[in-house]
Design a protein around this ligand. Structure first.
Ligand code: TYD
Ligand code: MG
Length: 475
């Protein structure tokens, strides 16, 4: 009972929601903020939160107009794709969180970045609470990394980590992962909201005080957030998500928050047997297996961040009169798919109610923008009618509930990319201003509705067959 004899306890007890981090003085069955059930856990927290202590170097306020606009220095991390996503390189003193599912390649990415930073004569501290030195050595050998200038510390006690960093004074530090780190003076298991939050705060302070960039990895929860939504994202400067579908080699690095740049940039990588390789010409890679002689397959010029990227949407419809029809969406939003099917049934007269429908984005990409709607609609219609799209076609446009087509952003860049890859026609919503477009290498098929798209975008030859198929079904 040593601590009690020192007067006021260093800890107070609160209940913390393990989903969103909400604190409450008493236990609650359901979190009023994120609505999670049974998520409150009794947690001892320090009565003197480190976060509320002022910076020791006494910061002064300055009138904004007098502040000189300095150029933020940036470190080149060796991957052009990562530099771009960071907004032009790694800012000294910044705390960058790299989130992703286990096994997606976070440690691989950070080890490769470490090697490239070490090559430019920076000392790198690589702290892992997950892997032993022999495991990391194995990985580095596989990646062809000698390891000169990279100091590896297998340690999860953050106080010891900070002590070590003080002694080493590296030019870059890596913490893999934040969920394995713990502080003795903070209650809760490693990975709990209180531990993760407090550890991140202390790392943030270390990075700022020493002006050293710090990259930390974080595992995402089932809901796709790092350690409960909103607990870490507001502490760190940059949040990057490393994503990819299972069984696909492609990885996308996306920024969800960036205090030093836009969140519109993405980096595209391929996981090889020798680590991550940047993909310079993603459209070409994602279309490498595309053949335009099959039905159910449509190419869409999407935007990944600010970058145009052609992807192939595949759909397969099969009749199913016995069970309720199934709909499967891989790489596109499921509710968006349901909306598009409803529009095709109601506004384009396609009898899809007894069809199982599977939609897939090839290459394991995830496309979130509504500009892909028309491509999905056309791929479904193409499979259902067994009529392939007209030769050399791309399709883009957002679909509304009335079957109308809506405009999409940056249509010029999308079309330019389609031309670059040799496509001949673009099915798209009507343009408001004609003058700005001067594309001679591609035929712009401007239409107003989904039913027009089905009429104009598909070849007719398949129709006879599908009519025959439909009649055999009815028999
Ligand atoms: P890893 O970086 O350990 O993932 P994370 O840190 O996000 O959990 O990557 C693990 C996966 O990557 C593993 O399944 C093997 C694969 N991998 C390769 O395909 N090639 C490689 O060169 C390396 C190092 C890993
Ligand atoms: Mg890892």
């Amino acid at each position: 009972m040593k601590s009690n004899s020192q007067g006021k306890s260093r800890f107070k007890t609160v209940f913390v929601c393990q989903q969103c981090g909400k604190e409450s003085p008493k236990w609650l069955g359901r979190c009023p903020d994120c609505q999670a059930w049974n998520s409150f856990v009794e947690t001892k927290v320090s009565s003197f939160p480190v976060s509320s202590r002022p910076y020791p170097n006494g910061t002064k306020a300055e009138e904004l107009s007098r502040v000189q606009k300095g150029n933020l220095p940036r470190f080149n991390v060796g991957f052009a794709e990562v530099n771009r996503v960071l907004g032009g390189g790694l800012v000294p003193g910044s705390l960058v969180l790299v989130g992703g599912e286990p096994g997606i390649g976070k440690s691989t990415l950070l080890l490769q970045i470490s090697a490239m930073m070490a090559r430019s004569n920076r000392i790198v501290a690589y702290i892992s609470g997950e892997e032993s030195i022999s495991q990391v050595k194995l990985r580095s050998e596989r990646l062809g990394i000698g390891g000169k200038g990279i100091y590896f510390l297998p340690e999860a006690d953050l106080a010891a980590v900070l002590e070590y960093l003080r002694g080493l004074s590296p030019g870059l530090a890596i913490i893999d992962s934040i969920q394995t780190m713990y502080l003795e003076d903070v209650a809760g298991m490693p990975g709990s909201i209180s531990q993760v939050r407090e550890c991140t705060w202390r790392l943030e302070r270390w990075a700022k005080q020493n002006n050293v960039p710090l990259l930390i990895t974080g595992h995402v929860t089932k809901e796709g957030a790092i350690a409960g939504p909103g607990t870490l994202e507001h502490i760190v400067d940059v949040v990057l998500y490393f994503e990819g579908e299972q069984f696909s080699n492609y990885r996308v690095l996306r920024s969800a928050k960036n205090r030093f740049g836009s969140t519109n940039e993405v980096g595209i990588f391929q996981m090889s047997d020798r680590g991550l390789i940047e993909v310079d010409n993603p459209s070409q890679v994602f279309l490498s297996a595309y053949r335009d002689e099959t039905s159910g397959s449509v190419v869409v010029p999407t935007l990944e961040g600010n970058r145009p990227l052609l992807v192939e949407i595949q759909a397969l419809t099969t009749s199913n009169s016995f069970t309720p029809p199934r709909r499967v969406a891989n790489g596109v939003d499921f509710s968006r798919l349901l909306l598009i099917i409803a529009v095709l049934i109601k506004r384009a007269g396609l009898k899809l109610f007894n069809q199982d429908i599977i939609v897939n984005v090839t290459g394991g990409l995830r496309i979130n923008e509504p500009a892909v709607d028309l491509g999905i609609a056309l791929a479904i219609a193409s499979s259902f009618r067994d009529a392939k799209p007209i030769s050399g076609l791309v399709a883009v446009g957002e679909v509304g509930l009335n079957g109308e087509l809506r405009g999409v952003s940056q249509v010029e860049r999308r079309i330019a990319e389609a031309i670059r890859l040799g496509f001949k026609s673009c099915l798209m919503p009507r343009l408001k201003s004609r003058s700005s477009f001067d594309f001679t290498d591609i035929r712009l098929l401007q239409i107003g509705s989904v039913s027009e798209a089905v009429r104009l975008g598909l070849t007719r030859e398949g129709k006879k067959e599908s009519a025959r198929a439909e009649t055999t079904e009815q028999e």
